[in-house]
Design a protein around this ligand. Structure first.
Ligand code: C2E
Ligand code: CA
Ligand code: CA
Length: 396
């Protein structure tokens, strides 16, 4: 297991991905139940993710973590199936070695076994004062002007006409080059920097999109929100303040949250309701990969379902391949929600999604995430008044 962790960490460091270790301790389970758990863990992780034994426990290495939330979703899936306690530890690329990560997962498992609230898993929280070089550098990224935004077009089906953009953050690291969000968003979440980064993203993206709206007033702006941002009671008020400052119309903003951020989190839902009442639209991101509690969905202040690219990749013209996509899109229709398919990479997928009644799509088939200058070319030409061209400066 140690070697599997070490291999995953070195791959993660070179590919800029975060890695998580889950240690699963079974409480009073006998031989057969234990074997059943091994199988359950196998089915709860991705196909390439190594699992195995680590001392008395099962261990799983998650190699493609987009946020701490992903690791918690796996833990939740395992925990609902039986008497397991789970310790989670996450490493940003190059952040820890294998022993450190396994030790941290073991500490988290200890905590999971003694939690007063009875929650079956715990995530190792690094002492925010005992920081790593990467976390130190990230702390300065916003003030040193090292964050950038790319914008990926979202288009209407079947005509592929632009309807909006999703803002995707990048970190121009002074030594390591441009880092993708997988390489630093989970770290930012753990060391308490995601609030500041999220604020910067919203401020920057809404300033930029407000300019583009002079050419395309209906343009919508999608911004990702981490579950940790919703934990902060001041989040909704903060968003409204930023929009006020940048003059961006709330009705054109879509905030993307994951199911995990809202299921069982009434305080987070209350904040979304405030934002929703202010006219901001809420999208459930990566829909279908998380908890997918259909029982809650109808009651959430949600306007958009984003079908995860996992299910788009399964589309192959057969009803089995399209089963999840079809179920999600149908659910969207019944609840009267806007539906957006993610990760559309070819014409056949676009066609099948259109047939299934999907409203919008996003993916390399239409466009990769673009710089502001590149995105500009997607906008309708429009006449700029001299006032706009000269007084407001170049549009990018
Ligand atoms: P996401 O919200 O699911 O964003 C879509 C991701 O899919 C983007 O990766 C995008 O580049 C990628 N993608 C788009 N089209 C295709 C396609 O056709 N095929 C494939 N294979 N991939 C495609 P990216 O930019 O690396 O972002 C990764 C994740 O990081 C995002 O996933 C989102 O969860 C998170 N993220 C990005 N920006 C922010 C941000 O400002 N704040 C927070 N909290 N999270 C962010
Ligand atoms: Ca998103
Ligand atoms: Ca997504």
């Amino acid at each position: 297991m140690r070697e599997a962790v070490a291999a995953a960490l070195s791959r993660g460091a070179s590919e800029g991905r975060s890695t998580a270790v889950l240690l699963v301790g079974l409480e009073g389970a006998d031989g057969a139940a234990r074997d059943g758990f091994g199988e359950l863990i196998r089915r709860s992780v991705l196909r390439d993710d190594p699992i195995g034994r680590f001392g008395d426990e099962y261990a799983a290495v998650l190699q493609d973590i987009r946020s701490v939330d992903n690791a918690e979703a796996v833990a939740r899936r395992i925990a609902v199936a039986g008497p397991a306690r789970i310790g989670i530890a996450v490493a940003a690329p190059g952040e820890y070695g294998a022993d450190d990560l396994l030790n941290r997962a073991a500490l988290a498992l200890q905590e999971a076994r003694s939690r007063p609230d009875g929650a079956p898993w715990a995530c190792y929280e690094p002492d925010p004062t005992a920081t790593t070089p990467l976390a130190e550098a990230l702390r300065e990224a916003t003030t040193k002007d090292q964050l950038r935004l790319l914008y990926q077009p979202i288009v209407a089906l079947p005509d592929a006409e632009l309807t909006g953009v999703e803002a995707l953050v990048r970190w121009a690291h002074p030594e390591r080059g441009t880092l993708e969000p997988d390489a630093f968003v989970p770290l930012a979440e753990r060391v308490g920097l995601i609030g500041e980064i999220g604020r910067w993203v919203l401020q920057e993206a809404s300033t930029q999109a407000a300019r583009w709206q002079r050419r395309m007033p209906a343009l919508q702006l999608n911004v990702n929100v981490s579950p940790r941002q919703l934990d902060d009671d001041g989040f909704a008020a903060e968003v409204l303040r930023v929009l006020d400052r940048t003059g961006f119309f709330p009705g054109n903003l879509v905030l993307e949250v994951t199911e995990g951020a809202v299921i069982g989190a009434p305080a987070s839902v209350a904040q979304l309701a405030v934002l929703s009442n202010a006219g901001i639209r809420i999208a459930l991101d990566d829909f279908g990969t998380g908890y997918s509690s259909l029982r809650y969905l109808a009651r959430l202040p949600v306007d958009v379902l984003k079908l995860d690219r996992l299910f788009v990749a399964e589309l192959d013209g057969t009803s089995r391949g399209g089963a999840v996509a079809q179920a999600v899109l149908r659910l969207g229709q019944i609840l009267n929600l806007d539906t957006v398919a993610e990760g559309v990479e070819n014409e056949a997928q676009a066609r099948e999604l259109t047939l299934l009644g999907c409203h919008k799509a996003q993916g390399y088939h239409f466009a990769r995430p673009l710089t502001p200058a590149e995105l500009q070319r997607w906008l309708p030409a429009g006449d700029l008044s001299r006032y706009e061209a000269e007084v407001w400066g170049p549009e990018v």
